[in-house]
Design a protein around this ligand. Structure first.
Ligand SMILES: [Zn+2]
Length: 277
């Protein structure tokens, strides 16, 4: 099997997988969704009662949203994750689940109204590298005299446990498109080329041609319009695979981790098969 990057950005990647089959590619998709760990806010503690500001004013610790909604929103804020550094809290040997710098990031949020509280107001206690990746996610809008004081902790988890620990979104793949036709066929004219919704067909003096086969969505509109003169197929051994991350991890790191997890799983299966014989 061969994997090649077709496009790689910080938070998204397009890869070409060759010499594979749909079962493997789907296993990779599911692993990226459910098994690659990342950090997310898990515990949120709200200060109750009045909050005194630096100006001496007294604020009510109330907001227009229920605490549960705010906690849920904080859970979805992408938290920068270093998979080399962190271990799951329930398996942390240094603190045995109590919470320490190997398994937990602590944050505080202290804002007074009126105004909107954003994800950037979630301040890491200690290492400032762990400030939320996206600064401008609105959390709650505070009214006059309202304030919020929160202490929260982020821990490592996986998409299996809760979607807030899902490192990737929009994970999808398609068979590598194959278009078969006779380029010299006079019936393949502009009226056929124009039905393509992604504009990759060209009819000209040089004959009929495809400009960028990888953009083909296998919609078969050209096959229909050309009355079968163009045959659209998908190659079941080659796949164009695409995914995005929420910024907690880079697309590159997510893919490497996903492949590593798959490798471990397959090794486990191989070992058990060996034990049976
Ligand atoms: Zn720990």
């Amino acid at each position: 099997m061969k994997i090649e990057f077709r496009g790689l950005e910080e938070n998204r990647a397009q890869i070409l997988i060759e010499d594979a089959d749909p079962a493997f590619v789907n296993a990779l998709r599911r692993t990226l969704l459910a098994d690659v760990p990342k950090m997310a806010i898990e515990d949120v503690e709200f200060h109750l009662g009045p909050i005194r500001g630096e100006d001496g004013e007294e604020y009510e610790s109330v907001t227009p949203l229920f605490d549960e909604i705010i906690a849920h929103r904080l859970g979805l804020v992408p938290i920068p994750t270093d998979l080399e550094l962190f271990v799951p809290r329930d398996r942390c040997e240094s603190c045995e689940g109590e919470g320490c710098t190997n398994c937990t990031i602590m944050y505080s949020l202290n804002q007074k109204g009126p105004g909107t509280v954003f994800s950037k107001d979630l301040k890491p206690i200690g290492d400032l590298h762990f400030a939320p990746v996206e600064p401008d996610i609105p959390i709650v809008k505070l009214g006059e005299g309202q304030a919020v004081l929160i202490y929260s902790t982020a821990i490592l988890g996986t998409g299996h446990q809760h979607a807030k620990w899902q490192a990737v979104q929009a994970v999808a793949y398609k068979y590598y498109p194959i278009l078969e036709f006779d380029p010299k066929d006079k019936a393949l004219d502009e009226s056929v080329a124009n039905v393509c919704p992604v504009n990759i067909l060209e009819a000209g003096d040089g004959g009929f041609r495809v400009t960028d086969i990888e953009k083909c969505t296998l919609c078969k509109l050209c096959e229909e319009k050309s009355e079968g003169r163009i045959k659209v197929k998908g190659d079941p051994t080659r796949f164009l695979f695409h995914f995005e991350t929420d910024g907690s991890l880079t697309a590159h790191d997510v893919l490497l981790k996903g492949l590593e997890i798959l490798q471990e799983k397959f090794a486990g299966v191989a070992e058990n098969v060996g034990a049976l014989t």
